[in-house]
Design a protein around this ligand. Structure first.
Ligand SMILES: *Cc1c(COP(=O)(O)O)cnc(C)c1O
Length: 366
């Protein structure tokens, strides 16, 4: 692989399709799968992951950035795209022109989309306890009546984001609130709207809450963590982070190596330098973990630079310029998985891996 920059992330689109099929197995053929590829496809590229999700059997995709809508449409995806609440009322006309289903999340967004007087599909996001975005319960009746009366505006769905998937009582309360919202919509004369409540943890933990549609993000990317990760055999889409050695240095015992902290080395030491650093999404500070190189594990040493990482390869005789080094993923019989890497760096995988994918050159495996 001749690349100008010899560090990259491998994005496994077959894994994404596999994970969509996993969700399909759980929810059955009738429930719509709205694949969440927000934040530029969790760093993996909204267009490629959106295409792969649809190819894998999702019915629609959801994003939170209007630029992601443009990227996905630009790649020729014709499936419905739900745009989560993310724009200002003053941008309503441009947002409507994107060709997505828009989100009404409060009175101001409702008024702005209704005032366009043009055909426009919208979902309403309702507040059920998360306390972030969504129309408040005391506004439901008025909001649904206003949607019903707005010319052009068609309410095709109602959704909410459940707050505490680890707490069944909290889920029960939020579901009761969501059902109240749906009843308020029906009372206002609205029908044929999709009911959507289930993000990844809800799909895994509460199969009875599939409703008409699920909107799963992290599960499709293999980014579910802790006890949840054992509940479905999702494969990691951010499959590997690799780099190739650009310099190998030998130091005799007694050498002074400044970036290792200043003291002199007790042992003869061989260090390998890789063109990948905290600017790519890693941490600056130790503890830094290990990498796989020439069939061994080598510790990451010193502080990471913004563009460089150094590993101690004193115990790895075959290292040379160009040696492929694995920070995430398999090499030979060994493997560093997302949990191990994230554990060393003290970050959730869900934060770390998309950050790496977003920044490094991407190689798509298909
Ligand atoms: C991000 C998001 C989801 C997806 O959540 P996951 O935990 O990644 O499955 C679902 N619904 C809304 C409104 C979201 O913003």
């Amino acid at each position: 692989m001749a690349m100008l920059r010899s560090s990259w992330v491998e994005i496994d689109l077959a894994a994404l399709r596999h994970n969509v099929a996993l969700v399909r197995d759980r929810v059955g053929p009738e429930v719509r799968i709205v694949a969440v590829v927000k934040s530029d496809g969790f760093g993996c590229g909204a267009a490629r992951t959106g295409q792969a999700a649809i190819a894998g059997g999702a019915d629609a995709v959801a994003v939170g950035d209007p630029r992601d809508v443009q990227a996905i449409r630009g790649a020729g995806v014709e499936a419905p795209i739900l745009l989560y609440a993310s724009t200002l009322p003053e941008a309503a006309a441009e947002v409507a022109a994107l060709g997505a289903t828009v989100t009404i999340h409060d009175a101001a967004s409702l008024e702005a989309f209704a005032a366009l007087n043009r055909p426009l599909d919208a979902y309403m996001k309702v507040e059920t306890g998360l306390g972030r975005l969504g129309v408040n319960p005391d506004e439901w009746a008025g909001a649904f009546a206003a949607v019903d009366q707005a010319r052009g505006l068609r309410l095709t769905g109602i959704y909410t984001h459940l707050n505490a998937p680890e707490d069944p009582d909290a889920i029960k309360r939020q579901i009761a609130a969501f059902q109240d919202a749906c009843r308020a919509a029906e009372a206002a004369g609205l029908k044929d709207f999709t009911r959507m409540v289930a993000s990844s943890h809800v799909v895994l933990g509460y199969p009875e809450l599939d409703y008409d549609a699920v909107n799963t993000g992290r599960l499709l990317f293999g980014l579910v963590e802790g006890a949840w990760s054992g509940m479905a055999p999702a494969r990691p889409v951010i499959a590997a982070v690799k780099s190739r050695v650009i310099q190998v240095k030998e130091f005799p015992a007694g050498s002074y190596v400044g970036f290792l902290g200043g003291g002199s080395l007790e042992q003869p030491t061989r260090l390998a330098v890789l063109p990948i650093g905290f600017g790519d999404g890693f941490n600056h500070q130790p503890p830094l973990g290990e990498a796989l190189i020439e069939g061994r594990r080598a510790p990451v040493v010193g502080r990471r630079g913004i563009e460089h990482t150094v590993i101690d390869v004193s115990g790895v005789p075959d290292v040379r310029i160009g040696s492929e080094t694995v920070f995430l993923g398999p090499q030979g019989a060994d493997r560093i998985d997302g949990a191990e890497l994230a554990g060393w760096l003290g970050l959730p995988q869900f934060e770390l891996l998309p950050r790496l994918a977003r920044t490094l050159p991407r190689v798509y495996l298909d």
